[in-house]
Design a protein around this ligand. Structure first.
Ligand SMILES: NC(=O)c1ccc[n+]([C@@H]2O[C@H](COP(=O)([O-])OP(=O)(O)OC[C@H]3O[C@@H](n4cnc5c(N)ncnc54)[C@H](OP(=O)(O)O)[C@@H]3O)[C@@H](O)[C@H]2O)c1
Length: 338
């Protein structure tokens, strides 16, 4: 490669010890060792990125650092025989963007074992309209299906409905025939949520009504919970017999206080969902489903495309709980190709 310079968002420690962010010109040689160099075309913003970019040491230990737990792009060079120059790939999770320079830069270098081949039926842009949030929502749906939650059983409750995981969960569940009850703290987004497929929109306050009781009337058979805390507890208490609750996030709290009654009186199943270290076999299977039988036609209704320069605004909104849908980052790779 002749020109080794590239643009990246860098979170760095300022003189007052706060973590600040700026766009820098970096050198490809400064990337960590790894098997595969990738020209990133698109990344996407996830909650963990906003934490990494703002100095959360539980996510990122050392600064300066380039966040971005998601990247989709084209292989430039590879020492791993599984990958060749020109291969279109998706890289999400593992240590990408946490302690390894991530997708908010135009290049990444990672182990070949972290990569998923872009499945036929999905573009690089579509893969990042989904990103880790969409992949996680899809895993929640996968767990619901594997545990016999079918559309005829009854509705699925989605919390944090206007966020990244929530919106993908709604459009996916709707596309495959489920009825959805969406829980949101944003009265202004009720019309948006019904527009993308929710049948009913519930306020956070309504979900928490009588939530101090040990059990609540059963109103849904499945749950995709992204917020944790009192909302997850209320969701579990209102789940029908043999229903399934998937728990993937803690946007409200990491605590969970409840009795064993939903489990021993109603047989409710509580399933934890993790993405960063999702086994490769399941990873590939879920991406293939998202490119095929679970293909979502109108991902543009829940996502927007922004440049690296616009991420500051998006990250602040996300940390304030004001994010909406998915934010995709354009790293300019498509122009390289054309
Ligand atoms: N397990 C995994 O592998 C995995 C993968 C991806 C994400 N996650 C986690 O899942 C969660 C959601 O991620 P995301 O990408 O959807 O984030 P997001 O886009 O920021 O959405 C989170 C949504 O949660 C709701 N919310 C925010 N603060 C809240 C509060 N204090 N109380 C109640 N609701 C609140 C808001 O929706 P409303 O205003 O509509 O209520 C917000 O839009 C995060 O905790 C993230 O770390 C986990």
């Amino acid at each position: 490669m002749n020109d080794k310079r590239y643009r990246a968002l860098v979170a760095y420690e300022a003189a007052d010890n706060t973590i600040q962010r700026r766009i820098e010109q970096k050198d490809i040689d400064s990337l960590p060792a790894g098997d595969v160099l990738i020209r990133v075309h698109y990344s996407s913003l996830n909650y963990k990125d906003a934490l990494s970019a703002s100095g959360n040491r539980g996510v990122t230990k050392q600064y300066p650092h380039t966040p971005g737990i998601d990247a989709a792009g084209i292989v430039v060079t590879s020492t791993d025989p599984a990958w060749q120059k020109g291969d279109p790939v998706i890289c999400t999770g593992y240590d990408l963007g946490m302690n390894i320079a991530g997708g908010f830069g135009q290049y990444i270098r990672v182990p070949g074992s972290w990569l998923v081949r872009l499945p036929p039926g999905l573009t690089l842009l579509e893969s990042m309209r989904l990103g880790t949030a969409g992949f996680t929502a899809a895993q929640c749906v996968w767990h619901l299906e594997r545990n016999n939650i079918t559309p005829d059983k009854g509705p699925v409750l989605v919390t944090g409905a206007s966020g990244g995981v929530g919106t993908v969960a709604i459009v996916l569940l709707r596309a495959i025939g489920y009825k959805i009850i969406a829980v949101t703290g944003k009265p202004s987004e009720h019309a948006f949520l019904t527009g993308i497929g929710a049948h009913t929109v519930m306020s956070r306050k309504e979900l928490l009504k009588d939530a101090d009781k040990l059990l609540l009337p059963t109103r849904w058979h499945g749950v995709v919970d992204t917020v944790g805390g009192a909302f997850l507890a209320a969701a579990i208490k209102g789940t029908a017999f043999d229903g399934v609750v998937t728990c993937c996030g803690n946007a409200s709290s990491s605590e969970l206080a409840l009795s064993v009654y939903p489990f021993i009186l109603r047989g409710v199943h509580l399933i934890g969902v993790y993405s960063a270290n999702c086994p490769m076999e399941r990873r590939v299977r879920i991406w293939e489903k998202l490119a095929g039988e679970w293909k979502i036609d109108r991902l543009d209704t829940i996502s927007r495309l922004v440049s690296l320069d616009h991420l500051e605004v998006e990250m602040k909104a996300m940390l304030a709980g004001k994010g909406k849908g998915r934010c995709v980052v354009d790293l300019g790779g498509a122009e390289d190709v054309s």
